[in-house]
Design a protein around this ligand. Structure first.
Ligand code: 1HE
Length: 257
């Protein structure tokens, strides 16, 4: 399934997935959401990490409001579930995804960014949830994912009052793990994705699939799930090889950042 609003490029072990609907501020039409889903469902098995980027002055203006026609309640529910399915394939898909943010990261654009594992924002980035003032609600998983980043109180404030966070305040509020100079988010995201691609695949899998689940379990269940995951990861031949490399002086040391 190809879509003119989505460009995919494979660079070594990293997939670069770019929204290319800059003229419409990368607003997410249904076709674009389905194309994103298809992309993460069908990544070649050689890909070990991905970067998600947006063309033009803004990362993403959210839901394509021109498609928000008269849907009845059932159709609205199905539409939201379609977003959930697509964004779940980013969060719980085959590889870690690093989002390169700039300009507007708003509404469904923020929901999309929240489904990624790492967010790198440049200093032009701003975050908002205009759903509140458009008389609608988030529908792309935002009410589940965004409070995990910034907390329920901040999200409530954003939607009730229309509050917009700039890049610096956004980093402090935990929208992004990295804040970089304007125009450099993509380069930093690609650098991180290349680094992530060198991890043992099972370690990345554990971080994407086990860690968020453990974090939601009771301590007792979490400790047990952690022990299972640790046992599986340690038993992998690649882990043994990496540990042996370090003990024999070949593995990299941890150095000050
Ligand atoms: C759009 C959209 C869009 C721009 N749907 N067409 N999202 C919003 O409520 C955000 C709406 N957008 C904006 O506030 C602004 O466009 C921006 C701050 C993102 C960018 O401003 P700017 O001045 O750079 O661009 P612009 O002139 O506003 O927009 C350029 C074009 O993109 C223009 O179309 P044109 O044909 O007149 O050139 C805009 O109409 C179009 N455009 N944003 C459709 N969102 C799963 S539920 C999720 C629910 C939501 O995401 S609700 C929040 C929707």
């Amino acid at each position: 399934m190809t879509n003119p609003d989505l460009h995919i490029e494979i660079s070594d072990e990293v997939a670069i997935v770019r929204l290319t609907r800059g003229a419409k501020r990368n607003a997410l039409s249904d076709g674009l959401i389905l194309a994103l889903r298809n992309t993460f469902e069908t990544l070649p098995s050689t890909v070990r990490a991905a970067v998600l980027d947006g063309e033009g002055p803004h990362f993403c203006a959210g839901l394509d409001l021109s498609e928000l026609k008269e849907r009845d309640a059932g159709q609205g529910l199905q539409h939201s579930r379609m977003w959930h399915a697509a964004l779940d394939l980013i969060q719980h898909g085959p590889v870690p995804v690093v989002a390169a943010l700039h300009g507007a990261v708003v509404g469904g654009g923020l929901e999309l960014a929240s489904a990624c594992h790492i967010r790198v924002a440049d200093r032009s980035t701003f975050y908002a949830l205009p759903e509140g003032s458009r008389g609608i609600f988030v529908g792309g998983g935002g009410s589940v994912r965004i409070p995990k980043l910034i907390g329920v109180a901040r999200m409530t404030d954003m939607m009730m009052t229309g509050r917009v966070y700039n890049a610096e305040d956004g980093e402090r509020a935990n929208f992004a793990q990295y804040l970089v100079d304007e125009g450099t988010a993509f380069d930093k995201a690609l650098e991180l994705a290349r680094r992530i691609a060198t991890n043992a695949p099972l370690t990345n899998y554990a971080l994407m699939h086990a860690l968020p689940r453990i974090a939601e379990q009771s301590a007792d269940h979490g400790f047990f799930t952690e022990a299972l995951m640790a046992g599986i990861a340690q038993a992998a031949p690649e882990a043994k090889e990496r540990v042996r490399d370090f003990l024999e002086g070949r593995g990299a040391k941890v150095s000050k950042g």
